[in-house]
Each structure stands twice: as structure tokens, then as C-alpha cells.
Design a protein around this ligand. Structure first.
Ligand code: FAD
Length: 282
């Protein structure tokens, strides 16, 4: 099945894009979280969102959820790892499954964590982000998984029967529930080292001899998500219609630049929605 529009992200930008495209009867798929966005739910008090002064983040999130429910918009709780421009459509991979859409709206927000030292240098040389995709490359090898969210505990299962020694470094406070054969290391990753290929992960208090390091984060950097997309000053470059450098691909919210604000994201999501509809109607 080919969707008219794939919307990636369920923060204010993605939700606004979803509402505005669904209201115009487009066939959409929305990837993200049923809980909207941690950047919404974590806000202690929101004083600058039009018409809803003084709301806390959880209440704002609940308002967003109620709004999409009224339009029967469903959220596909899967992480998109790749978006490929195929000419007249886009091929997407989410949780290792393929999807197709005529257009795409990117609304994945920004990530505040800096890459680890060595992370970029060893990407594809032992550093990976998709365990399900790359696990077979590490059969009988030593692997560390740095998990930034609970979902990483699910993903690590793709490699638990393949790796020789498997280490899990949780970057969150919640309890970790994993098979006993996976060694849980509560420490701070500092640097990935190697000699052409990864051979070591340096942590604050220890070092691990590993052949691979998987980093499971909430988001994927825009350059990795959409190969070839134009980036300016660390954000996706868009014009005033929220069009990116790739025809049929639009972007909105924090991912396209500052100020990082709910209202800006929601506004840009609406512009992206109108631009996509115009594009589809051509
Ligand atoms: P986000 O809200 O970051 O949403 C991104 C979405 O994309 C998430 O749903 C995520 O799960 C999803 N996603 C990411 N990658 C993928 C992928 N590969 N596949 C599928 N889904 C993906 N702004 C204000 O205006 N007022 C405030 O009071 C305010 N307070 C804040 C308080 C805190 C603690 C924080 C952290 C931020 C605050 N902000 C505030 C800023 C605001 O949160 C952001 O500007 C806003 O959330 C950006 O919206 P967005 O839709 O661009 O992205």
C-alpha cells in the first residue's frame, strides 16, 4: 500500500501536519509515539502556547492526543531508520519493515546529546544504530549496546543469541529487564576507539574490548535518516513552504531550526501540510 503522506514525528510539528492533512482527507501514516513527545510531556509549565496559558506539559500532551483521536488519526509506534527518495515516491524503513509514501513530512525534532568521541568516525566500521539490521555482522563477536530508552531493551534481543559477549549500558534511570547473559554496565560512555574498525569502548570507570557498539536513541540524525538531504547549520534546509532539497519531502519543527518552540512547530507543521497537498494536487 502506498500512502499519500508519511509523517515522521508526533511532536507539535508532526501532530499539526497530521491534523491538517487528515482534515483534507489525505491517506496518511504517522510514525512516532502514542505519548506524543517527551519534549511536550516534560515541560513543567507552558506559558507561550496560544490560547492555553499555564498548562503543564502533560495536559498539553493530553490535549494533542484528544485532538488526533477526534479525527481517528492513528500513530504507528515505530522508529523510522531510513527514508529513500525513489523518484516519484519514498521508500521508508521503520522497525525493519518497509513502507511507501508519495510524499514525506519530517518532524523528528532535534537531539540535544552530542555524539560520543569516535562515534561519527567509526559509523559503519563497528558503530551502528539499527541492531535488527546489522546484528548478523557481529556473530560470535563482542558487542556493547548503549540504550537511551527502554525500547533498546527490546532491540537488543536481535543480537543476544549472536554475540559472544554482550554488554548493555542504560542511559536512563528506569529498571532494566534483560536476560542474565547480557551484562548490564551502569557507567558513562566517553569514547569509541579503534584501529580502522572499533576495538574499544571507553567508559568513565572501565573499558570494554568490543568489536561493535550500537547506539539506540530516540531520534536519527537527519543526514542518516534521509541520505542526500541538504543540511544548513545543523538543521534541514527548507524554503518558506517547508520544502527540503528533495522534491516531495517537506520538514517542520525543531528539525528545521530555531526558535525551538511548540507554536513554531505547530505552525510549520500546518504549512508543510498545505504544501504537501498542493504538491499532491499538481
Ligand atoms: P519534538 O517535540 O521533539 O517531537 C519529535 C517527535 O519525533 C517525537 O514524537 C519523537 O518520538 C519522534 N521521532 C524522532 N525520531 C523519529 C524517528 N526516527 N521515527 C519516528 N519518530 C521519530 N517550547 C515552548 O514553546 N514552550 C515551552 O514552555 C517549552 N518548554 C520546554 C520544556 C522542556 C523540558 C523541553 C525539553 C522543551 C521545551 N520546549 C518548549 C521546546 C519544545 O519542546 C520543542 O520546541 C518542540 O517540542 C518541538 O516540536 P517538534 O514537533 O519539532 O519535535
Amino acid at each position: 500500500m502506498r500512502y499519500d503522506i508519511a509523517i515522521i514525528g508526533t511532536g507539535p510539528a508532526g501532530i499539526s501536519a497530521a491534523i491538517n492533512t487528515k482534515l483534507r482527507n489525505k491517506n496518511i501514516i504517522v510514525f512516532g509515539s502514542q505519548k506524543v513527545s517527551t519534549k511536550v510531556s516534560k515541560a513543567p509549565k507552558v506559558n507561550d502556547y496560544l490560547g492555553l496559558p499555564g498548562l503543564d506539559g502533560i495536559s498539553l500532551k493530553n490535549q494533542f492526543i484528544e485532538h488526533i483521536k477526534t479525527l481517528n488519526i492513528e500513530v504507528t509506534e515505530e522508529k523510522v531508520s531510513n527514508v529513500y527518495a525513489m523518484g516519484d515516491y519514498f521508500a521508508l524503513i521503520a522497525d525493519n519493515k518497509p513502507y511507501e509514501a508519495t510524499t514525506v513530512i519530517l518532524a523528528t525534532g532535534v537531539e540535544f546529546t552530542n555524539p560520543l568521541k569516535g562515534e561519527k568516525e567509526f559509523y559503519g566500521k563497528g558503530v551502528g544504530y539499527c541492531i535488527a539490521c546489522d546484528a548478523p555482522l557481529f556473530e560470535e563477536l563482542n558487542v556493547a549496546v548503549i540504550g537511551h530508552n527502554k525500547k533498546a531493551e527490546h532491540e537488543i534481543k536481535f543480537i543476544s543469541d549472536l554475540a559472544q559477549n554482550l554488554y548493555y549500558i542504560p542511559m536512563y534511570d528506569e529498571e532494566v529487564n534483560l536476560d542474565k547473559k547480557i551484562q548490564i554496565i551502569k557507567d558513562k560512555p566517553i569514547e569509541i576507539q579503534g584501529d580502522g574498525l572499533v576495538n574499544k569502548l571507553i567508559l568513565k570507570n572501565t573499558e570494554l574490548e568490543v568489536d561493535g557498539v550500537f547506539i539506540v536513541k530516540d531520534s536519527v540524525s537527519p543526514e542518516r535518516l534521509v541520505p542526500g538531504i541538504e543540511i544548513k547549520d545543523g538543521h534541514i534546509k527548507v524554503d518558506q513552504n517547508m520544502s527540503t532539497s528533495i522534491e516531495g519531502c517537506f520538514a517542520a519543527g525543531d528539525i528545521v531550526g530555531k526558535p525551538y518552540q511548540y507554536i513554531k512547530g505547530a505552525g510549520e507543521g500546518a504549512i508543510a501540510a498545505y504544501s504537501v497537498i498542493e504538491f499532491l494536487n499538481k
